[in-house]
Unconditional design. Structure first.
Length: 450
């Protein structure tokens, strides 16, 4: 062994080994790029190369013992957990929420009565089984997350006939009955972010247009789609947002000078207009594009961009229509500087933009600063009928309830018995009438114990 270890090696042999090693590294890198860009000409080799490339990340995750369902901000709220109320909300109705339960190792969907905080209905769907039976053809979806232990529910939606429609990030749309039995799954397109009613029983949902027909982009280019879905899950239409921008002369917002970006727009909300007003028409869509800090109004009936504005919001989410001339926007106040991960400028806010005056105001700034709302990404709000405000501070696993005057009513923090704060999904308010109607449907369904 000693003779072998200390044997003299010819220089040409050493150079040949180095050269072969360098060529091997180049080939390895090429196989990884080949696979991740979706060309798959070296299918098995590409898959193997990507698996090897992921080994350091896997080892790091194991050594750090991190759970992917932990929220990024674990340093807040001094051990507070669960629901806590200082004053009962005045608003009637229900809060439909999802949260990750570490004890059960899965996301749970609850319908909570606002008047007393009681859970009046709960779903425990087998996400993994539902997803296993759907299409896995996307180049962008993270199929490793398609299981009960990693599935985060985004903004559950209840149809008028009592179907609970859910999704995660870049997954199919799946509907369940009140017993969590699957009714249908729409896997022709991968969906993400918001789900909002069209006023006729259907919904508008952000999606991915795959494969994209936009020339010159990679196979992993995130061509966001505006998808109109019927109440039974059938796709009515899909509009490519990228193509929409290019057709209307806004290609500078998609393909800016500098580094190429596979996700240049990042659509995170579609808010349909349900009634005519002086500044919009029924059927218009308000859109939020996080990457450009841009909010816009699009009219599908005439293929017209009616209005768009960049800022003063930064990295915003969640548009709601307040009346016939005002919209409200969750302003994350997110910005990227030299730290590479981004930061919140002060605290997140809810901005109100008035089309009649052109003014943008921040009526809850003081209250949200006091409560230290800091959603670097995600984040939603809901203005309840009585003027109360619900804030979802997702990076911290918190749902915050504020009175109309900005005082704190209560909060939910998803801290589990292990001391860690886990993910909450995007929630939804259901008014008393629609919530009671849905409960009546579910109570009439016979659920087996198994």
């Amino acid at each position: 062994m000693q003779k072998f270890l200390f044997a003299r090696i010819e220089v040409w042999v050493l150079l040949a080994v180095v050269l072969l090693g360098a060529l091997g590294l180049v080939a390895f890198g090429g196989a990884v790029i080949e696979h991740t860009e979706g060309r798959h000409r070296l299918s098995f080799i590409g898959k193997s190369a990507v698996a090897v490339a992921r080994v350091p990340l896997t080892i790091e995750t194991v050594l750090r013992n991190e759970n992917p369902m932990w929220v990024p901000r674990q340093d807040r709220f001094d051990g507070q957990s669960g629901w806590s109320w200082e004053k009962a909300p005045k608003s009637d109705g229900y809060w439909l929420m999802s949260w990750f339960d570490a004890a059960r190792g899965r996301s749970v969907i609850d319908m909570v009565r606002l008047s007393d905080g009681s859970v009046v209905h709960e779903w425990l769907p087998d996400f993994g089984a539902s997803l296993a039976a759907t299409s896995h053809s996307s180049k962008i979806s993270e199929f490793a997350n398609w299981n009960n232990g990693k599935f985060k529910v985004y903004i559950p939606f209840v149809t008028t006939d009592g179907a609970l429609v859910i999704k995660s990030t870049y997954t199919p749309l799946i509907a369940y009955d009140g017993c969590a039995n699957q009714l249908w799954a729409q896997d022709g397109i991968m969906f993400h972010h918001s789900t909002e009613a069209d006023g006729a029983g259907g919904m508008w949902v952000p999606s991915l247009v795959e494969p994209s027909t936009i020339p010159g982009v990679s196979a992993r280019f995130q061509d966001d789609g505006l998808t109109h879905v019927g109440p039974d899950g059938a796709i009515i239409e899909t509009i490519s947002l990228t193509d929409l921008f290019l057709r209307h002369g806004y290609q500078h917002l998609v393909f800016q000078v500098g580094d190429y970006d596979d996700d240049p727009l990042h659509l995170n909300d579609i808010q349909p207009v349900l009634t005519d007003g002086p500044y919009w028409k029924k059927g218009d869509l308000f859109l939020s594009l996080r990457r450009q800090s841009l909010v816009m109004q699009y009219r599908p009936s005439t293929d017209e961009i009616v209005w768009l504005q960049e800022g003063p919001w930064m990295g915003q989410h969640d548009i709601d229509i307040l009346d016939d001339h005002r919209i409200a926007i969750f302003d994350n106040r997110s910005q990227s500087r030299t730290n590479g991960v981004g930061t919140v400028d002060g605290s997140s806010e809810v901005l109100i933009h008035d089309f009649a005056t052109g003014a943008t105001t921040s009526p809850y700034r003081e209250a949200m600063a006091r409560e230290q709302v800091a959603a670097l990404f995600e984040g939603l709000y809901t203005l309840l009928p009585g003027g109360e405000l619900v804030i979802e501070d997702h990076n911290s696993g918190r749902i915050l309830f504020l009175a109309a005057d900005g005082s704190k009513l209560g909060q939910f923090i998803n801290r589990n018995p292990d001391g860690k704060v886990y993910e909450i999904g995007w929630g939804r308010y259901m008014d008393q009438a629609s919530g009671d109607a849905a409960l009546k449907i579910w109570q009439g369904q016979s659920c087996s114990a198994g």
